[in-house]
Design a protein around this ligand. Structure first.
Ligand SMILES: Nc1ncnc2c1ncn2[C@@H]1O[C@H](COP(=O)(O)OP(=O)(O)O)[C@@H](O)[C@H]1O
Ligand SMILES: [Mg+2]
Length: 278
């Protein structure tokens, strides 16, 4: 189970991404980034944040701590923004909180150099969880105290939007051509050798258990939350063993111009030689 806190003050919205998370204070005196159950993206986004965030941290990547957070929408009554008001009203009860990293900067590939080992680990992890939201356009990484932190795992595990075809979907390759770290010569093979053995059935079962029942109930085709938790484990476990062989760090194609634009690409580390890390 995740620790649970209660929101005491809505501080301000965060508008960089799409889901309008908010900075809030809680009854443990902590400051958190709160992700709302009432956001348009729905509760599966929060399930993905918990499973992937906890998994990432437990295999040694830097992910800010997560907690459940109780919201009484009344704390937002003074909030002038209509959109924020609506979001708070639609999100009474349990939401997701991520430890706020004060003073963290958004990852900038021109300002922060990532080594091949770390780039490989992040890309391998994103391949495992099928993260489509770590591109150079929108890196969803922060630099805090000189180190790289991973945030925003809501757009992952696409298979949980269509469970009947989940096994086939989870068996598919991962196209990392667009990944924010694709140009840092990611050593995906070493990352796989190091990390895949850590992604055991036990660990996956543990992180799935961290998801609150409230976000898992009433999923069509599943009798109860535990049956659905099991499905997450069954999709990720075989993928951990083999995804490194299906990571595409390819050239852009005409229908998918996947590399950073010229002004950016020219100033980044040279692309990895073809085939490396495949
Ligand atoms: N833990 C955190 N500490 C500091 N800033 C954060 C944290 N989490 C998110 N942010 C900031 O809020 C923005 C939006 O958060 P994100 O999780 O990416 O939500 P969205 O779903 O809207 O993209 C991020 O781009 C980042 O600038
Ligand atoms: Mg984001």
């Amino acid at each position: 189970m995740l620790p649970e806190v209660t929101a005491t003050r809505y501080v301000t919205p965060l508008r960089e991404g799409g889901s309008l998370p908010g900075i809030v204070e809680a009854d443990d005196l902590g400051t958190y980034v709160m992700k709302f159950t009432g956001a348009g993206q729905g509760r599966k986004t929060l399930v993905a944040e918990v499973i992937c965030g906890e998994l990432g941290r437990r295999i040694g990547l830097r992910v800010p701590d997560l907690a459940g957070i109780q919201l009484d929408p009344v704390i937002g009554l003074g909030e002038p923004d209509q959109e924020v008001q609506e979001l708070l009203k639609a999100s009474g009860g349990l939401n997701l909180a991520m430890d706020f990293l004060p003073g963290a900067l958004g990852f900038d590939p021109l300002a922060y150099e990532v080594g091949p080992a770390e780039a490989g680990r992040v890309i391998w992890f994103d391949a495992l969880i099928n993260n489509v939201d770590r591109s150079w356009r929108n890196p969803n990484m922060l630099v805090w105290h000189g180190e790289l932190w991973l945030i925003d795992h809501g757009a992952t595990m696409i298979w949980h939007h269509n469970w009947p075809s989940a096994a086939a979907s989870a068996a598919k390759p991962y196209d990392a051509s667009d990944h924010a770290l694709a140009r840092f010569r990611p050593d995906v093979a070493s990352a796989a050798a190091e990390l895949a053995p850590l992604v055991t059935e036990e660990l996956l079962t543990e992180v799935a258990a961290d998801v609150p029942d409230a976000w898992l109930v009433d999923e069509p085709g599943f009798e109860n939350p535990d049956a659905l938790r099991r499905a997450y484990v069954e999709a990720l476990l075989p993928r951990a063993a083999s995804i490194h062989t299906r990571i595409v760090l390819g050239e852009p194609t005409p229908d998918r111009p996947s590399q950073a634009p010229g002004w950016l690409a020219g100033r980044l580390a040279p692309a990895a030689p073809k085939g490396e890390g495949a």
